[in-house]
Design a protein around this ligand. Structure first.
Ligand code: MG
Length: 301
């Protein structure tokens, strides 16, 4: 069984310009759950106004109350303030983020790499002081593990070191983010040779971007290393902020099709997934970059 973390409602919609109504986001997540996705990153509890598309985090999360028990709906948490707001809404699964590149964390979070780790430590200690460290699952994201849009190639040893630190802080899984979609399997092998020297494959996930059409090749390279957890976005929603018009997140349809056809199980129904994508595609007003989705759509006509 391959675990898929569907990131469309958060990582995907965050990068879409068209404002999506709260009720459409809630409906989108329901359709994704109906398609069989068990982990759906729902939103991000950022400072109000920081990311207009995600300013309705509380309302979106509360709109999922009927889904509790049918899956896990993690939310992205940037700081302790976000954590407090999320816990008040009943959130019990969070994701924290950092990057190997200092320039990247500075540009995106106005913090050095070390300060971004400090923010994560503060989130974890806030959970401890509330006595909730065993009730809340924490997933760690590390971005720019292969290339940074500002610094270029990254040392795999940095990803390995940061992943160890995040596991020590209590993260159950580390998602390795290939943020700009430049990597090919040789890059991923170099990365995993380094990270797997200190971390078991069961604790890692691949978050590969498809900007240059290489994400699936990177998934299959990772499968050879025993990785069984991947992030993707329905319809490839989100695009790439570093290459306007190009694909960002690997499309969940492309991932599910390729894994299932190779004899692996995902638990996802492709037809129902395409319905979720079709729904959000109309709201976003931009065609999906998923080739499998486009092929399914053409066949239906
Ligand atoms: Mg992404």
């Amino acid at each position: 069984m391959i675990r898929i973390c569907e990131v469309g409602p958060r990582d995907g919609l965050q990068n879409e310009k068209t404002p999506i109504e709260t009720k459409q986001k809630i409906e989108f997540i329901h359709k994704l759950a109906k398609a069989g996705l068990k982990t759906i990153e729902a939103t991000s509890f950022v400072r109000p106004g920081a990311i207009p598309q995600l300013s309705d985090a509380k309302e979106v999360y509360e709109g999922l109350s009927d889904l509790t028990g049918s899956g896990e709906f993690p939310v992205l948490i940037p700081n302790t303030r976000g954590l407090e707001n999320a816990l008040e809404c009943g959130v019990r699964s969070i994701a924290v983020f950092t990057a190997t590149s200092n320039s990247f964390t500075l540009k995106n979070t106005n913090a050095t790499r070390e300060e971004s780790m400090e923010r994560i430590r503060a989130i974890v200690s806030a959970l401890r002081s509330l006595g909730m460290q065993n009730e809340v699952r924490i997933r760690g994201y590390i971005s720019t593990v292969v290339d940074c849009p500002y610094e270029g190639p990254q040392d795999p040893a940095m990803a390995a070191e940061m992943a160890s630190q995040l596991l020590d802080l209590g993260c159950f899984e580390i998602s390795l983010g290939e943020t700009i979609g430049t990597a090919v399997p040789a890059d991923i092998r170099r990365l995993l040779d380094s990270v797997l020297a200190s971390i078991p494959a069961e604790r890692l996930a691949g978050h590969y971007h498809d900007t240059r059409g290489t994400a699936l090749a990177n998934v299959f390279a990772s499968l050879d290393y025993g990785i069984r957890s991947f992030d993707s976005s329905a319809g490839g929603m989100g695009g790439c902020p570093y290459a306007p018009g190009a694909a960002g997140n690997l499309a969940t349809e492309d991932l599910v099709y390729s894994l299932e056809r190779s004899g692996m199980t995902t638990g996802v129904d492709l037809e129902l997934l395409a319905e979720a994508t079709s729904y959000i595609e109309q709201a976003v007003g931009r065609p999906s970059t998923s080739r499998v989705y486009q092929a399914l759509k053409a066949k239906r006509k």
